[in-house]
Design a protein around this ligand. Sequence first.
Ligand SMILES: CCCCCCCCCCCC(=O)SCCNC(=O)CCNC(=O)[C@H](O)C(C)(C)COP(=O)(O)OP(=O)(O)OC[C@H]1O[C@@H](n2cnc3c(N)ncnc32)[C@H](O)[C@@H]1OP(=O)(O)O
Length: 162
Amino acid sequence: MSSMEELLAGWNEKFRPHADGAQLPPHHPHCLACGPDNPHGHHLTVHRRGEEVHATHVFDERHVGAPGIAHGGAVATVFDDLFGFLLYLTGGPAVTRKLEVLYDSPVILGTTYDLAARVTRTEGRKLFMEADMKQLGGSRVASASALFLSVDVTHFNQGMPR
Ligand SMILES: CCCCCCCCCCCC(=O)SCCNC(=O)CCNC(=O)[C@H](O)C(C)(C)COP(=O)(O)OP(=O)(O)OC[C@H]1O[C@@H](n2cnc3c(N)ncnc32)[C@H](O)[C@@H]1OP(=O)(O)O
């Protein structure tokens, strides 16, 4: 089976309907944000909650920017990937065209944060999304908005070894 055939076979399984409350599958085992087999990754676990996706996350020393504080790029990575989990609810592949992050307060290493994301609007191939990151039961530390564009699964052929 070629890599592309394997990708397509796995893809169909991932896009089956997921029950409310269910843990959603990682994009692939080595995904930087959610892949369980990526030693540098965030190992994000994400659940469906109604029409939103939710995660709790603790940034660690691998994600450090200023001492004790998460790197802004690491925070953006987690938001981008969380948006990627909404595709299991919208039912088809899409990729990030635009991502904007607002950093309200430093994201502190070793602290648990709650994240939630939702689709706010669709327009043809365009998916507009919003997300926020909060201290547990507390105030918002960052928010993000994104535009994803739906693509055919053959889009991912561009990353296959030649
Ligand atoms: C298991 C497997 C793992 C699968 C793993 C999935 C993991 C998800 C992980 C998280 C997500 C990622 O990191 S994804 C990786 C990062 N992103 C990427 O690599 C994407 C790179 N960019 C691209 O490949 C391309 O630019 C696309 C596909 C995004 C768009 O190219 P295109 O298909 O040619 O589309 P294009 O004609 O430019 O635009 C389509 C429509 O959108 C509009 N449009 C374009 N940009 C904008 C904009 N900023 N604001 C408003 N509208 C816009 C256009 O005017 C047009 O409107 P109209 O004329 O139609 O009205």
